[in-house]
Design a protein. Structure first.
Lengths: 145, 145, 145
């Protein structure tokens, strides 16, 4: 992975075969990023799964084969002492039609250009909210206490 | 709504049932934001309408039920003394296929994570351009005078 | 084209009939931008072609007629002494369904609002990588030498 920054604004280049979540988590750990947005990513996936939340679970849609990454957006927080990465995205294949949703997993094909904007000194949380059944972003953990 | 900032870079968390345009307009009024980009939003809508401009009007596509928000991008300006918010976006449902366009209205489902980048000291305009039939962004109101 | 900035953060308004790549390249040349991200663009195209990389070439999907621009993301680098612009995007037409991929060409319809974040003092490269058959972003040209 290549990674360059200007202030709080980063651009990463993820390499072919990288696991998307592992690569971003590794970057966050190395650079001490506990709070960030991921404005966009473009490139290709060669394998991916997108989820639709039906209120009880993520219904998955699995894709194999190269796909153009057309949308990819998210946030980096901390949960259980590790990076917690929330991504939504969409891809297009040979028919050029877009499919996507909540990103469950993805492997990079060819390359992925990914922007990250950090919030230095902050740590976002992502606690499980039982009434929802999902982990939910908390921008100010402890602020309600 | 939670809202945190680092310089000109904000991240908001909109709550379930929020009206998307009212929530962003309320934020803009409270914080005095008259010029900004909305790089992305992710989360869910439980109701939304997307428009396609046919040259004379927006042909609407109404959705009910929970949808994953996969694309959401826009700008904040001022028009008629109020925030003027322009958003395009797309969502996916249980079939994981994306539908979208110009966002006419939306209600947040579960949550929406939304980034905002402000241009302090600026005020973008969005005057009606009669020849087009639409309000059109003006980055430097008065500059042509 | 209108263009305003706050530090490294720009917002451009491209006019109807503009060629997307020529307009961005002209901006990059005028402002000396050799390294940047394009977080998003919204507005309309009236003509566009999106490619799917099949491993050997881009299979094109050509669209005519007005389309809502729902996703548009990319990077600006330098190659052969000129701006090298990589864009992925998607549009929706009257059926509100999204089609997209690697942007091969596009003409602006009505207007296009486009954000650009620059990396001052940097120059990204986009050398041809023969083993891939594509130009690939290099964030630190010469760093491996």
């Amino acid at each position: 992975m290549q990674a360059v920054r200007d202030g709080t604004h980063w651009l990463l280049k993820l390499d072919e075969n990288s696991d998307l979540f592992e690569a971003i988590a590794g970057f966050a750990e190395r650079e001490g990023v506990h709070a960030a947005t991921i404005p966009f990513g473009i490139g290709m996936f060669y394998e991916a799964s997108f989820g639709y939340w039906d209120g009880a679970r993520y219904q998955p849609h699995d894709l194999t084969g190269r796909q153009e990454v057309v949308a990819l957006h998210g946030t980096i927080a901390r949960a259980d002492g590790r990076p917690s990465i929330h991504l939504h995205g969409a891809v297009s294949g040979a028919d050029h039609r877009l499919v996507g949703g909540h990103v469950l997993r993805a492997k990079v094909g060819v390359l992925l250009e990914l922007a990250v904007d950090t919030f230095p000194g902050r740590s976002f949380g992502r606690p499980m909210v039982e009434s929802v059944g999902l982990r939910v972003l908390d921008l100010e953990p402890g602020a309600d206490v």
